[in-house]
Design a protein around this ligand. Structure first.
Ligand code: ATP
Ligand code: MG
Length: 499
């Protein structure tokens, strides 16, 4: 067999481009070391074998572990070396991206390289954590994302790291549990995987199913650092959601869309849902219950932060978020208050740049191959651009209205039961009747207020306490009457009722 079967899978598109004679590739990754190692494997596996060079500004050109001393601190000299070199080779340029925006001569020389390398078996690879692309080079350079480690690579990293750091430690042997452990590392860089393995090996003798929680916790901490993606544990069950039967039925039917049988039947993979509606009526709740019903991890993307530049440029943070979610797919990507991301760009001075980011996000949504299901919520539908809700973008657009009588009974029952309280059907009906115009969140709040009153008086909760609490409250449907009427009118033509 040829060696290519052992090459890390992310190399496949790079290999294809090299073999097809593309002279300049731009590989995007934060993982310089990992990608460089992989690329050196690829160079050796190609036919004919390519010599492997790297360039950094401090060491100049190196071959193997050896610095040639050529082109130290001189990117132009590095390109000249490439142009003159006379054998099949791969040249990996690190630290190169800053020059692309600063030096016309470098841009010029790269265009020369493009012409001259086309007829050769020499390939230039710019390896960088961010994309800097002068417009003059857009046609010459092919940009490729380098995916995060998949489960197979993660297994190799974990095994190797344990072996060198703590040889006596054992790894779970049961195949299913072992898979669950490696899967838990998905979405992280190889360095992050290794860091977590060492951290856990300090506390534990075995990388077994009991370590799983530690792994997930560490991962949550790491992703929190990125500040735009957050793992949400989703203990919310559909039966904890009152009413909204239409949505629940839809969710159950679409769950089948992830099966192999659905593919064979000719159905597409579910791509996304947009839930609009009145604040406090269960939008966020529905999404958590959806991920739970589908047994998929739930990741929340903070649009406000993406566009607010809290975690690097919006391009970088969005790209990193997308790669992370794709690595953990199948997964549900929750974009709460998506209109914030949209409207920030329309008001901003830099609206040109940000709307481009948003457009590229829409394109990703349309073309993504990984089974990432987008679950978006929006309160302020006025701020959603029409292209966002046009048919075909989402599988369905739902509208969550104020709960009706039957639904309010459900909500009262659910919130009383989760707090260990019971009420007769008659009481529930009565409560629901006088809660006309209250949101689910307000019903829950009334119950809590009532329970505090009872607790303060050192007695059990009485139904009258709840009536009193409701009476003291002015519901949103009164204070925001106009806004709600407007939202409903909007939804009549554009959305399906969730209940
Ligand atoms: N249909 C419902 N069934 C049970 N509880 C509900 C329901 N609707 C709302 N609640 C309660 O109200 C809380 C707030 O609801 P949720 O966060 O889902 O509202 P939302 O529509 O996302 O509001 P916002 O637009 O303000 O984000 C929930 O945590 C839940 O306790
Ligand atoms: Mg919400």
């Amino acid at each position: 067999m040829n060696e290519s079967t052992h090459l890390p899978p992310p190399l496949a598109p790079i290999r294809t481009h090299i073999e097809a004679g593309y002279p300049i590739l731009y590989v995007l990754s934060w993982e310089e070391q990992r990608v460089e190692t992989h690329l050196s494997l690829l160079a050796a596996a190609l036919d004919p074998v390519r010599l492997f060079f790297t360039w950094t500004t401090t060491d100049g050109l190196s071959h193997g572990a050896q610095s040639t001393g050529t082109a130290q601190g001189d990117p132009l000299a590095a390109l000249d070396f490439v142009l003159d070199y006379d054998a099949p080779a791969v040249f990996v340029l690190k630290d190169f991206h800053p020059f692309l925006s600063q030096r016309v001569d470098i841009v010029r020389r790269l265009r020369d390289c493009y012409q001259s390398l086309r007829q050769t078996q020499k390939t230039l690879i710019i390896l960088a954590p961010k994309l800097v692309m002068p417009p003059e080079l857009e046609k010459e350079i092919t940009v490729l994302d380098y995916p995060l480690p998949d489960q197979g690579e993660i297994e190799e990293i974990v095994v190797a790291e344990l072996k060198s750091f703590r040889p006596a430690a054992t790894i779970e042997t049961d195949r299913l549990r072992r898979d669950a452990i490696f899967r838990a590392f998905l979405g992280l860089t190889s360095d992050e995987v290794a860091d977590i393995v060492r951290k856990i090996a300090l506390r534990r003798d075995a990388m077994d199913v009991e370590a799983l929680e530690d792994i997930i916790e560490e991962k949550r901490l790491l992703l929190r650092k990125s500040e735009i993606l957050e793992f949400i544990p989703s203990p919310v069950h559909m039966k904890n959601v009152g009413g909204l039967a239409n949505f629940k039925r839809w969710a159950e039917i679409r769950a089948l869309g992830f099966t192999r049988e659905a593919r064979a039947f000719g159905l597409p993979v579910p791509k996304g849902v947009l839930i609009t509606g009145i604040s406090g009526c269960g939008k966020s709740l529905l999404i958590q219950a959806l991920a739970n019903l589908w047994h998929q991890p739930l990741l929340r993307l903070d649009m406000g932060r993406v566009f607010g530049g809290f975690a690097g440029t919006p391009e970088e943070s969005l790209r990193r978020a997308i790669l992370t979610v794709e690595a953990v797919a199948p997964a549900v990507l929750w974009i709460d208050e998506i209109e914030m991301g949209v409207s920030v760009f329309s008001d901003s001075i830099e609206s040109g740049a940000t709307s481009r980011i948003f457009a590229s996000f829409l394109t990703w949504m349309q073309e993504k191959k990984a089974p990432v299901f987008i679950a978006a919520t929006a309160n302020d539908i006025d701020r959603l651009p029409p292209e966002f809700i046009r048919k075909g973008r989402f599988d369905e657009v739902f509208f969550v209205d104020l709960p009706r009588q039957q639904e309010r009974e459900d909500i009262f029952r659910i919130h009383l039961e989760t707090r260990g309280k019971a009420a007769s059907q008659v009481s529930l009906e009565g409560l629901a009747k006088s809660a006309d115009g209250y949101t689910g969140a307000e019903i829950e709040q009334a119950i809590i207020t009532a329970m505090f009153e009872a607790f303060n008086l050192k007695r059990e909760l009485e139904i009258a306490d709840i009536y009193r609490a409701m009476g003291a409250m002015v519901p949103l449907s009164v204070t925001m009457k106009e806004q709600i009427t407007k939202t409903k009118r909007w939804a009549d033509n554009r959305a399906v009722r969730a209940s």
